[in-house]
Ligand binder design. Structure first.
Ligand code: BTN
Length: 221
């Protein structure tokens, strides 16, 4: 099945345009919204996602499914591997190279569908803590990477191998981590595994805790 691409020079956010198109009945599973520049790109926890010219900013419309966090992380990793970028995942699904962030994923729900927003630093790394495909010594044309992402997302969704691949790529496992939860609680301990939905299992002084969302701070290995 080929991808239907909605391409824009500039948008506030590809997430919002994808939602608008879905709600208007003009897009569905298999469509992707791509912009050269975003003026109000956003990341997880409502953070800003800097989106200058030269990056990849895309929202894929896909069927919602319970293991989406896992399959999308694996798909982004594999798509970038096609262009020679060897990365790892920081829980839940930041793509990092040498500990620096190269790509981020934002998953939002739209009824039965999921809006999978992917931002990839292709040329510039807009922050000190970030890196890019170019910094990793590779070249990826944006159009080819969009196609690769679409293909890898579909095959990860249909594969039994996504969970083992996700576990194997998760550099967070084995680290001491800290989470500040929305209710004010803090979880601190050793991340030792993920469950079948991609939730992180953390061994704390009080026992095993399961973390489904939150900002993961790596403390030490
Ligand atoms: C994160 O790491 O916090 C997620 C970043 C997701 C950024 C992408 S860029 C395309 C899509 N549109 C947005 O506004 N955000 C996502």
């Amino acid at each position: 099945m080929s991808l239907v691409v909605h391409r824009f020079r500039q948008l506030p956010s590809t997430q919002d345009e994808a939602r608008r198109l879905v709600e208007a009945g003009e897009a569905g599973a298999g469509h992707v919204v791509v912009a050269d520049v975003q003026t109000e790109g956003r990341g997880r926890f409502g953070r800003e996602w800097l989106s200058p010219v030269g990056g990849l900013y895309a929202t894929f419309v896909v069927p919602g499914h319970p293991t989406i966090q896992i399959t999308v992380g694996v798909a982004v990793l594999r798509a970038l591997e096609r262009f020679g970028v060897k990365g790892a995942l920081k829980w839940p699904n930041d793509l990092v190279v040498d500990g620096k962030k190269l790509a981020g994923i934002l998953i939002e729900i739209a009824g039965e569908l999921a809006l999978v927003g992917i931002g990839v630093n292709l040329e510039e790394a807009p922050l000190e803590t970030a890196t890019s495909v170019r910094d990793a010594g590779s070249v990826a044309r944006r159009g080819e990477l969009v196609v690769a992402l679409g293909e890898e997302m579909r095959s990860a969704r249909e594969s039994e191998e996504a969970l083992p691949a996700y576990r194997a790529s998760l550099s967070t496992l084995g680290h001491f981590v800290r989470f500040a939860l929305e209710d004010g609680d803090t979880i601190e301990g050793k991340a030792f595994d993920v469950d079948e939905a991609g939730r992180l299992l953390v061994e704390t002084a009080e026992g095993i805790r399961t973390v489904s969302s939150g900002e993961c701070v790596l403390l030490r290995t």
